[in-house]
Write a protein that binds this ligand. Structure first.
Ligand code: ZN
Length: 163
């Protein structure tokens, strides 16, 4: 039998795969005002068919993505690896100071402290992809070849990370 040409991928981009979050971009010399987006997440997974006819069970993929979105929903996203923000956990609060001295204080429960440098859609897409990978691996998903995550911060405006 000749080798079949082509490849399979599965995609989820459901309306409920979203999170509403506040953020601001900051880098040396520039800081946005605090504001929010209704972020939407979509995921594409490429892999081989298993004996069940699936690349990956849609239920596993939707569940993993939903859990990652829920952890960010209604939070202010703070980039722990920022090169211009000082982020300090003090008791039940998180204090954020920009290089010009402007300062925010948030309840600890209201923030998501992420291992990123900037809370751009690009860096969020990479973070979300890594979290989805961990969730999938933890739920016993079979190995895949490529995972691609897009984070849209507005309709028709998204950033994508693939690994
Ligand atoms: Zn923004």
């Amino acid at each position: 039998m000749s080798q079949e040409q082509g490849r399979f991928e599965v995609f989820v981009g459901k309306e409920y795969l979203k999170f509403n979050a506040a953020h601001f971009i900051a880098y040396p010399g520039f800081r946005e005002h605090l504001h929010g987006h209704n972020y939407h997440v979509s995921v594409r997974v490429e892999g081989d068919l298993g004996p069940d006819g699936y690349v990956l069970d849609f239920g596993l993929l939707k569940g993993a993505t939903r859990r990652v979105c829920d952890a960010l929903d209604e939070r202010t996203i703070l980039p722990l690896e920022s090169d211009c923000l000082e982020i300090v956990e003090a008791g039940e609060s998180v204090e954020v100071t920009y290089e010009d001295g402007s300062r925010f204080v948030f309840p600890r429960t209201d923030v998501a402290l992420l291992p990123i440098v900037h809370s751009s859609a690009e860096e969020l897409a990479r973070y979300v992809a890594r979290r989805i990978r961990e969730e999938l691996q933890g739920s016993g998903a079979r190995p895949w070849r490529r995972l691609e995550v897009s984070v849209a911060e507005a309709p028709g405006q998204s950033a994508t990370w693939a690994e």
